[in-house]
Design a protein around this ligand. Structure first.
Ligand code: PHE
Length: 468
């Protein structure tokens, strides 16, 4: 095969690839979503399933995505078309790229809304609004924000503009520096919060919740209404845990594939991938260890949903010395983490528009930004004017539905197809050539990608619809 080059350029080194991919992976998923879905799904057992999915489904599929991207050197849609042709497979494989573009749109539409909350919180914490505040006060600020569609629209707009600006300039400019300094800073601040969590007196309760598995909770979803707990049989916590493994590693939609397409040849895919997955998981676990003790110390409900971190962390910042400063910094960094993820959500679509429609990056970003912005309005209204039952489908708001569809269905499905393509359709020599790794490591990856990952995804899907 003649070596392809990408028309969009290349990362300057392996380190830059690692930083960019970590920037994509570490985001709201780790700090906002992981704690709240863990709270909703009962804790320990859910966390264990999630970790297992990262190891046997996430890492092998991530390696496959980077490998396919680097071999194809184009947007995921065109990469899949080119590789399918090269391997003598049907051009219908480009559908993997298309479904990824769609998933990226959907995810960014609500991702931007939540990142908007984080932006709003920067100013609320900096202004001292939470100094000495108790749980009720913090809650009131949160509902004040989410109940006001106009404010949410303003923050959503601002975040969208920020993301478009970076994508328009190309993923490399600006981004490299941001990730180099800001990600480590965010990590340090999570440890500051962890220190506070240890002082709350409920640290052990928090750890128990996160790490003591109660497997009954995986199959029964329990709800406490007016003091009485009722439980219902459900397969969905397992699906949510697997969906989150895809979401948090940015898999199944082409983000990692497109970043892989800018990766220099001759760098180790396996080592970079394992490192990124470990960092991502560590951030999520530390976030969980910081948040749950605060939840329990203040008598809050772990299953209180998407507002969880916005209702707990300000209590900590309001109470700890220097909290106003640390809190402001924390939300600034959270915005940066979300920013570096958001740009990877639209990069597949932008790369395709540039390749196939001859658009400039600026135009492509504008088109995509505006479309996504409109879709985001639906999620904004889910927290206020459309929050009533009459606007729900399957008991879910528009926001919940989009998140469920994208994270728990589209990403795992995309990942499954990627695994099948890389493991079964691609000739052994092709993947051996692209990975260039030790025989035993390659052998392990091949077993995982051919059998373990696809089977796991299928079993979890069947389990969720009630078979198994
Ligand atoms: N991984 C990101 C996060 O955890 C979200 C994301 C999903 C980004 C899919 C890109 C693609 O916040």
């Amino acid at each position: 095969m003649t070596e392809r080059t990408s028309i969009h350029g290349q990362w300057s080194s392996r380190l830059v690839f690692i930083l960019a991919a970590t920037g994509s992976a570490v985001g709201l998923g780790n700090i906002w979503k992981f704690p709240y879905i863990t709270g909703e799904n009962g804790g320990g057992a859910f966390v264990l399933v999630y970790l297992l999915c990262i190891a046997v489904v996430g890492i092998p599929i991530m390696m496959a995505e980077v490998m396919l991207g680097r071999r194809g050197r184009q947007s995921p849609i065109n990469t899949m078309t080119a590789l399918a042709k090269e391997e003598g497979a049907s051009s219908a494989w480009s559908l993997v790229g298309w479904s990824g573009v769609l998933a990226g749109f959907i995810i960014l539409s609500y991702y931007s809304v939540i990142a908007g909350w984080a932006l709003a919180y920067v100013f609320r914490v900096a202004g001292g609004l939470f100094n000495g505040a108790d749980a009720a006060g913090v809650q009131a600020v949160f509902t004040g924000l989410t109940g006001d569609p106009e404010r949410l629209i303003a923050w959503h707009t601002l975040f969208m503009l920020m993301s478009m600006a970076v994508v328009a300039r190309g993923v490399r400019a600006g981004l490299e520096k941001a990730v180099t300094y800001l990600m480590p800073a965010l990590f340090v601040l999570l440890f500051v919060l962890l220190g506070y969590a240890m002082s709350t007196g409920a640290f052990i309760d928090g750890l128990k919740f996160l790490f003591q598995p109660d497997f009954g909770k995986l199959f029964y979803v329990c709800e406490t209404v007016a003091g009485t707990e009722s439980c219902e049989l459900s397969g969905s916590p397992v699906l949510v845990a697997m969906g989150h493994a895809f979401f948090t590693l940015s898999l199944g939609m082409g983000a990692i594939m497109v970043y892989g397409s800018y990766m220099p040849k001759g760098t180790s895919i396996a080592r970079s991938t394992v490192l990124i997955a470990l960092l991502d998981t560590l951030v999520a676990l530390v976030a969980g260890m910081a948040i749950f003790p605060i939840v329990f110390a203040n008598g809050l409900e772990p299953g209180s949903g998407p507002g969880l971190i916005f209702q707990t962390l300000p209590i900590a910042f309001g109470a700890m010395p220097g909290g106003q400063f640390f809190g402001t910094l924390f939300f600034v960094l959270l915005v940066f983490a979300a920013w570096s993820s958001a740009i990877s959500l639209i990069e597949p679509a932008v790369a395709w528009l540039v390749e196939n429609r001859g658009l400039t990056r600026v135009r492509a970003s504008a088109v995509i930004g505006m479309t996504t912005w409109v879709l985001g309005l639906g999620s904004i209204f889910s927290f206020n004017i459309w929050s009533g039952d009459e606007y729900k489908l399957f008991g879910k708001t528009f926001f919940d539905l989009l998140d469920y569809l994208a994270a728990n269905i589209m990403l795992p499905l995309g990942g499954l197809l990627i695994a099948l393509f890389a493991g079964w359709l691609m000739k052994r020599e092709s993947s051996v050539d692209e990975f260039a790794m030790h025989a035993w490591r390659y052998g392990l990856w091949r077993v995982l990608i051919r059998y373990v990952s696809p089977l796991a995804v299928v079993v979890v899907f069947l389990n969720a619809v009630g078979i198994f």
